[in-house]
Design a protein around this ligand. Structure first.
Ligand code: HEC
Length: 147
């Protein structure tokens, strides 16, 4: 019984200590609403629901995203996600970058994005096969329009 109590005390102390380790997400670049990506309403809705937590300035931070060790995973996802692709500053990207990103979306939407650990918690962000296909078609079409 005593060992159990000591083990538990260490566990709680450890949990308290890791709360001090934080990954900082730099504040997102200031953006005006007209810099947001423009897409057909249906696509826009899907992007907002399934991608915006990591790829926009409009991140929803759930309560558990503030608690280590979950916070490390969530915050690094948002940090890297925004760095790669931020739909809130889309209009600032040049044509070359846009084309690359459209192609990246068409490629990653098959299985890589949204990440599976995210979908595991965010069931509402799941996309059906047909929805993925729709996003893919849209991204391919937009990529083809660019030089
Ligand atoms: C939980 C956070 C998260 C969500 C939600 C998310 N992404 Fe990502 N995404 C990332 C991270 C982190 C990266 C950085 C590079 C990597 O991990 O591959 C990334 C990279 C990318 C890239 C560039 C890398 C490549 O392979 O070309 C594209 C394109 C992309 N995401 C598209 C999307 C789309 C489209 C959605 C929604 C359907 C989405 N992502 C949802 C976290 C996320």
């Amino acid at each position: 019984m005593k060992t159990l109590k000591i083990a538990l005390a260490w566990l709680i102390a450890g949990f308290a200590i890791i709360q001090l380790i934080r990954i900082d997400v730099p504040p997102p670049p200031k953006a005006t609403p007209d810099e947001e990506i423009q897409a057909p309403a249906k696509i826009q809705t899907m992007l907002k629901r399934s991608c915006y937590d990591c790829h926009s300035n409009h991140t929803n931070w759930p309560w558990y995203s503030k608690i280590a060790p979950v916070s490390w995973e969530v915050r690094s996802h948002v940090k890297d996600g925004r760095n790669w692709l931020n739909f809130s500053i889309w209009k600032r990207y040049d044509e070359k970058k846009k084309k690359k990103l459209y192609e990246g979306i068409a490629k990653s939407i098959d299985w890589k994005m949204p990440p599976s650990d995210y979908l595991w918690i965010h069931k509402d962000a799941r996309l059906t096969r047909a929805q993925r296909e729709e996003i893919k078609k849209w991204a391919e079409k937009e990529a083809a329009k660019l030089p």
